[in-house]
Write a protein that binds this ligand. Structure first.
Ligand code: NAP
Length: 254
């Protein structure tokens, strides 16, 4: 089976690692090309956009792809919508691997907001020293806030306007609770901003914020398109791919 993994996440790399070692599977991972030095998955990798849903559909057909795994980040809404539309047109099966949302724990002081603009609005009433951990994209939504100081953390420098008072911290996770607590204390952070990315690689900051007793502005995930096969873990995605391979080999024998 030829599998296209739409990636850019740890889960996508894990799945590529598992499937690349298996007989009967040929894996191509796809990355958007946003990060200067991406963590590359095992096996074949292509980098760059496909040119919308149609471009993705054409690529899938031209490359004889038997199944697509959408293992992109929960905030990568455009590529997920493209994947859903592309498979609808081509009839190729799609499995969506989506890590569960974070849920509030005892002691959390979360303010849930629907989007970046609402997060910027919420920050103005919650604190003065803000730890902005939303990645590179979206920082511009905070550019108009002159009354706050920001510690901005991203893998690569954000493009576009930035808030006037800030310090940039270029770093790639995973981070530890100890490290996050140190940053919060060192910079006298009084509010954290995070996307509801989910997963266990980026939750150290939430634990550190809970321990420090500071509020967290949690940005809700965007709407996802319908996905017939929705799984939450790499193991479930892999089970599905193996079952699809067995079904496909049965069909070939008949
Ligand atoms: P997006 O808004 O959903 O996608 C914008 C465009 O980028 C898509 O229309 C597509 O271009 C291209 N693209 C996105 N992911 C791609 C992939 N895996 N392979 C090929 N092309 C892709 O995406 P985004 O939010 O900018 O995220 C880009 C990538 O970074 C994703 O792969 C995602 O998994 C990863 N990532 C995102 C976040 C986040 O917070 N958004 C966090 C961590 C990792 P065409 O229409 O030309 O095909």
């Amino acid at each position: 089976m030829r599998i296209l993994i739409l990636g850019g996440t740890r889960e996508a790399r894990e799945l590529a690692h598992i499937a690349s070692g298996e007989r009967g599977f040929e894996i191509v991972s796809s990355l958007a090309g946003r990060v200067r030095t991406p963590l590359l998955p095992e096996g074949a990798v292509r980098i760059g956009g496909f040119g919308g849903a149609e471009g993705l559909r054409d690529w899938v057909v031209a490359n004889g792809i038997d199944a697509v795994v959408d293992a992109t980040h929960p905030f990568a809404a455009a590529i997920s919508a493209n994947a859903a539309a592309a498979v609808r047109d081509s009839g190729v099966p799609l499995v969506c691997l989506r890590r569960p949302s974070w849920s509030r724990q005892m002691g959390d002081r979360w303010v849930r907001v629907p989007d970046l603009a609402a997060a910027a609005q919420a920050v103005t009433t919650l604190g003065e020293r803000v730890f902005l951990t939303i990645g590179r994209q979206g920082v511009r939504a905070f550019a108009g806030l002159g009354g706050q100081w920001f510690l901005i953390r991203a893998i690569d420098p954000p493009e576009g306007p930035l808030p006037p008072n800030h310090e940039m911290l270029l770093a790639r996770g995973p981070f530890t609770v100890e490290g996050e607590s140190r940053l919060i204390a060192q910079h006298r952070i009084d509010v954290l901003v995070s996307k509801d990315s989910g997963g266990d690689q980026t939750d150290a900051k939430l634990i550190a914020a809970r321990a420090a007793g500071i509020p967290v502005v949690v940005i809700d995930r965007p709407e996802f398109p319908e996905c017939a096969v929705l799984v939450e873990t790499v193991a479930q995605a892999w089970d599905w791919l193996r079952a699809a391979a067995v079904a496909a080999s049965g069909e070939r024998r008949e």
